[in-house]
Design a protein around this ligand. Structure first.
Ligand SMILES: [Mg+2]
Length: 175
């Protein structure tokens, strides 16, 4: 019997598995006619950057129809064979997102079982060895290895305690 214990890795959904910025940009344009570009979004939290954010994230179907981040299916499948993967998403802030996120994961990541999905509020009680997230508020208090997935809201952050990645190919290359 192998004595190797698989490391537990926590993977965020929005901004890591789901290309939520592309989705927000498209929704914002549809809602208000404002077409935002990357530059205008840098350094601002989503709620500040997108005038229609509060309405959009509470609209039916928003999370269910989010585009999948490039190479994330292959990347997560790779991690899932090597680590104990948990998908951790702060979903209770937007209660309608719970069923949408579950259906979205089942459609796009069928190799992830229901036992690996944690839809929570704050993430600071979830244990793991490695965390991949795009938000400092989640990585900040995490005691393990912290991997920051680049998104416009975190683009200006420089923090040596974080390992920044820009693509899923980079994640696969380092883990
Ligand atoms: Mg996120």
């Amino acid at each position: 019997m192998s004595s190797t214990i698989m490391k537990q890795i926590l993977v965020d959904m929005d901004g890591v598995l789901a290309d939520i910025y592309a989705h927000l940009i498209a929704y914002e344009y549809r809602e208000s006619g404002i077409l935002l570009n990357q530059q205008e979004l840098n350094g601002k939290l989503e709620g500040e950057a997108f005038p229609s954010f509060e309405k959009v994230v509470r609209s039916k179907g928003f999370f269910r129809t989010a585009p999948v981040m490039e190479y994330s299916v292959e990347g997560l499948n790779y991690l899932n064979n090597k680590y104990k993967v948990l998908i951790v998403s702060s979903a209770t802030e937007f209660p309608d997102s719970l069923t949408e996120k579950l259906a979205w994961l089942n459609e796009h990541f069928p190799f992830i079982s229901w036992k690996q999905m944690i839809f929570c509020g704050s993430k600071d009680s979830i244990c793991g060895d490695i965390m991949i997230d795009d938000h400092i508020k989640n990585l900040g208090s995490f005691p393990g290895r912290k991997i920051l997935y680049t998104q416009p809201q975190n683009a200006l952050i420089q923090d040596p305690s974080l390992e920044r990645v820009n693509t899923w190919q980079e994640i696969v290359g380092m883990l």
